[in-house]
Design a protein around this ligand. Structure first.
Ligand code: NAX
Length: 331
C-alpha cells in the first residue's frame, strides 16, 4: 500500500472547506488508491466549527483517510504537508476599501508562507484558492523563497470548468467531449476565457468550437461575460458564493498537476509567469498548461489574435496593479 500523503486545507471550517475535505478523503484529489492524512487549519473563532468538521470526517469512516489534524496553530497545520490548499483568507466586506482587504490578506499569506517554508515537506505543492488568489499566491511565493516557484500556483480551474460548461450547454454536447479552452490572467472579472483553440470530440472526429458555435458575437460577447460573471450569478442565486464547484475544481487542479494531463489536453492554472506570450514575468498569471511527472509546463506557440492580445494585456495590467497594491501594504 502507498504511504499516506499529507494534505493541508486552510480555512477548512468555511464553505469551500466543507465541500473539499470529503472529496479529498474519498480520493477525488489524489486517486482512489492514495491514502491521505488531512491537516485542517482555521482561526480561533472557527475552532469549534472546525472540530465539528473533524467529527464528521470520523463519522464518515472514509477508508482512505488515515488521520485528521484539526488546529488553529499554523505551524502544526503546516508540518510535513505534501500538498497545501490555501482556502483561508479575509473576505471583502461591504464598504471596505480594496487596500484594507489586500492588507489583511498580505499579512495572512506572508505568515503562512513562512510556516510552509519552514515546516512543509520538501517539494510541497501549493494551490491558493482564497481571493485575491493570484496575488495571494505571489505574496506566498515572495515570502517562501526556498519553495521552488514552480510549486506555487493559484486556482483558475473553476473558471476553466465554467467555460467548458458554457460551451457544452450551448452546443448540447457532453462536457467531457469539450477541451482546450483557456483562462488567461487574473481570477477576477478581467480574466479572458478564450475558445480559439478549443475543440469538441464528435462522432466524426475533433471539431473546432468556433466552427461548431458559428456565432462569433456570442463567443466574443455573452460567452466571455457569462464566465467572467459566473461567481456573481451564483451568489445572487444561492446567497452564498460557489463552494462545491470551487472544491471540485481544486481537486481537478491538484489531480492533473500530480497525476498528469491526458495526451492532447491542456488545462488552465495560475502560475509564475516566465514572460511567455509577452505576459510580464513575475506575475502569477493563468496560462494553458500540460502536466507530466508532477510538473506543469506552459503550452507554447498558440496563435493570439488582436482581440485576444488586448484581453491578455488588460488582465495583466490589473495583476500588475494588484501586485503594486500588495507591495504597498508591506511597508
Ligand atoms: P468562507 O468565509 O466560508 O471560509 C473561509 C474560512 O477561512 C473561514 O472559516 C475563516 O475562518 C477562515 N480563515 C480566515 N482567515 C484565516 C487564516 N488566517 N488562516 C486560516 N483560516 C482562515 O469562504 P469560502 O466560501 O470557503 O471561500 C474561501 C475563499 O475562496 C474566499 O477567499 C473566496 O473569495 C475564494 N474563492 C476563490 C475561488 C477561485 O476560483 N479561486 C472561487 C470560490 C471562492 O470565491
Amino acid at each position: 500500500a502507498k504511504d499516506p500523503v499529507r494534505v493541508l486545507v486552510t480555512g477548512a471550517a468555511g464553505q469551500i472547506g466543507y465541500a473539499l475535505v470529503p472529496m479529498i478523503a474519498r480520493g477525488v484529489m489524489l486517486g482512489a488508491d492514495q491514502p491521505v492524512i488531512l491537516h485542517m487549519l482555521d482561526i480561533p473563532p472557527a475552532a469549534e466549527a472546525l472540530n465539528g468538521v473533524k467529527m464528521e470526517l470520523v463519522d464518515a469512516a472514509f477508508p482512505l483517510l488515515k488521520g485528521v489534524v484539526a488546529t488553529t496553530d499554523v505551524v502544526e497545520a503546516c508540518t510535513g504537508v505534501n500538498i497545501a490548499v490555501m482556502v483561508g483568507g479575509f473576505p471583502r466586506k461591504e464598504g471596505m476599501e480594496r487596500k484594507d482587504v489586500m492588507s489583511k490578506n498580505v499579512s495572512i499569506y506572508k505568515s503562512q508562507a513562512s510556516a510552509l517554508e519552514k515546516h512543509a515537506a520538501a517539494n510541497c505543492k501549493v494551490l491558493v484558492v482564497a481571493n485575491p488568489a493570484n496575488t495571494n499566491a505571489l505574496i506566498l511565493k515572495e515570502f517562501a523563497p526556498s519553495i521552488p516557484e514552480r510549486n506555487i500556483t493559484c486556482l483558475t480551474r473553476l473558471d476553466h470548468n465554467r467555460a467548458l460548461g458554457q460551451i457544452s450547454e450551448k452546443l448540447n454536447v457532453q462536457v467531457s467531449d469539450v477541451k482546450n479552452v483557456i483562462i488567461w490572467g487574473n481570477h477576477s472579472s478581467t480574466q479572458y476565457p478564450d475558445v480559439n483553440h478549443a475543440t469538441v470530440n464528435t462522432s466524426s472526429g475533433e471539431k473546432s468550437v468556433k466552427e461548431l458555435v458559428g456565432d462569433d458575437a456570442w463567443l466574443t460577447g455573452g460567452f466571455i461575460t457569462t464566465v467572467q460573471q459566473r461567481g456573481a450569478a451564483i451568489i445572487k442565486a444561492r446567497k452564498l458564493s460557489s463552494a462545491l464547484s470551487a472544491a471540485s475544481s481544486a481537486c481537478d487542479h491538484i489531480r492533473d498537476w500530480v497525476l498528469g494531463t491526458s495526451q492532447g489536453t491542456w488545462v488552465s492554472m495560475g502560475v509564475y509567469s516566465d514572460g511567455s506570450y509577452n505576459v510580464p514575468a513575475g506575475l502569477i498569471y493563468s496560462f494553458p498548461v500540460t502536466c507530466q511527472n508532477g510538473e506543469w509546463k506552459i503550452v507554447q506557440g498558440l496563435s493570439i489574435d488582436e482581440f485576444s492580445r488586448k484581453k491578455l494585456d488588460v488582465t495583466a495590467e490589473e495583476l500588475t496593479e494588484e501586485k503594486a497594491l500588495a507591495y504597498s501594504c508591506l511597508t
